[in-house]
Design a protein around this ligand. Structure first.
Ligand SMILES: Cc1cc2nc3c(=O)[nH]c(=O)nc-3n(C[C@H](O)[C@H](O)[C@H](O)COP(=O)(O)OP(=O)(O)OC[C@H]3O[C@@H](n4cnc5c(N)ncnc54)[C@H](O)[C@@H]3O)c2cc1C
Length: 342
């Protein structure tokens, strides 16, 4: 038996990441010919459970209550453990949300199983599940299987198209069963969330475009002047108009730590590359960036790559970009913003 685990959102529904992981689970179940159960946790996972009764699951198990609506190790791990045991599952899949990534290794330990996180592909060969995962900072991809069961897998976002919850059931809708779980009062209380205002949040995983800034924005330009204020205005305008997600090179985010004038809305969280993030977007546009390997290795999961650099001999020109514009990014972005604003 396979088990798909998810937590419901505040409104009781499932997030896109969960529906993507569900789709990958359904494909694996079909490839292996093994049925799957759905396990849901949340304050009120009822709407999510109702939406899944026709997805082809054999059973839908829920652990519900106010304590399970909050992301907290003790309650999430206990709920996951009880659902895994109730389902008797040998392969357990979850969406790789921060909430699941935090508890999955602990749940695997409690069950005497093994866990793999950051799974970027799920398939079957010789009747066994096979997973893909990148190692050594996304430089090497391994495809492997394990004999240990239960095997718990955290599936990265974007590896499958979100499940369309049409009518797939063969023998009527899946029954929804509530699994009782009583815990001592948790010591950790969630008192609320703090999030930056929507227009200050520059990392947007759902955006179609990744817009990357490089150290060139802070370098002396053709007239001998540094134009950080102009760069800041152009970049913020572009982000506002395009709703792109903002990435950066390490050189640019490091400049802040060195006390130089930089773009204040950038932090190491924006850094893309070997020692940064490996985001997933349909398109990417690098500006004022040299396209060196430790940076471009973070572009592994970017579909179409374009770059604007003054240097016709930069790394992008050597096979790393689909299109390189040898041009002044200040001029290009000014024109692009003008067109976007129309
Ligand atoms: C172990 C290790 C790990 C690393 N990890 C990372 C990582 O995770 N991420 C990362 O980014 N780097 C990483 N680096 C650093 C990486 O090697 C590069 O030093 C860095 O990416 C260079 O940043 P850059 O392209 O922004 O700057 P630069 O190399 O300074 O390039 C600036 C570019 O801007 C261009 N330019 C200037 N003005 C304009 C203009 N007006 N219009 C258009 N173009 C212009 C210039 O021609 C130049 O090509 C790592 C290095 C090491 C050794």
């Amino acid at each position: 038996m396979q088990l798909f685990l998810a937590h419901s959102e505040a409104d009781g529904t499932l997030a896109t990441a969960a529906l993507e992981a569900l789709a990958a689970t359904m494909q694996l179940s079909e490839a292996l010919g093994v049925p799957f159960t759905v396990g849901l946790i949340g304050d009120n996972p009822g709407p999510a459970a109702d939406s899944l009764t026709a997805c082809g699951a054999a059973r839908i198990l829920t652990v519900s209550g106010p304590a399970f609506g909050q992301a907290r190790y003790a309650t999430d791990a206990a709920a996951a453990e009880v659902l895994c045991r109730a389902a008797g599952a040998s392969i357990i899949t979850v969406p790789a949300t921060s909430r699941w990534n935090r508890v999955l290794p602990g749940v695997a330990h409690r069950l005497g199983g093994r866990c793999d996180t950051h799974v970027t592909g799920l398939g079957a060969a010789d009747g066994q599940p096979q997973v893909s995962r990148w190692f050594y900072r996304q430089r090497m991809e391994a495809v492997f299987t394990r004999r240990t069961r239960p095997w718990l897998l955290a599936l990265e976002g974007g590896i499958a198209t979100a499940a369309a919850l049409g009518n797939r059931q063969a023998q009527g809708p899946a029954p929804i069963e509530s699994i009782p779980l009583t815990l001592d009062a948790p010591r950790t209380q969630v008192t609320g969330f703090e999030a930056p205002a929507a227009d200050q949040q520059t990392i947007r995983p759902d955006a179609n475009l990744l817009f990357v800034t490089g150290a060139g924005w802070t370098k002396k330009q053709a007239d001998g002047q540094v134009k950080v204020a102009a760069a800041e205005a152009l970049i913020l305008d572009f982000l506002r108009l395009s709703r792109a997600s903002l990435g950066s090179t390490k050189s640019l985010v490091d400049l802040g730590g060195e006390g130089q004038a930089i773009l204040p809305f950038l932090s190491h969280l924006n850094q893309v590359g070997q020692t940064g993030a490996t985001p997933r977007h349909a398109k990417g546009l690098a500006t004022c960036c040299h396209g060196e390997e430790p940076h471009t290795v973070g572009w592994r999961f970017i579909g179409e790559r374009r770059a604007i650099s003054l240097d016709a001999n930069c790394g992008w020109a050597r096979g790393k970009a689909d299109i390189l514009y040898v041009a002044d990014a200040f001029a290009v972005l000014g024109k692009v913003n003008e067109l976007l604003a129309q």
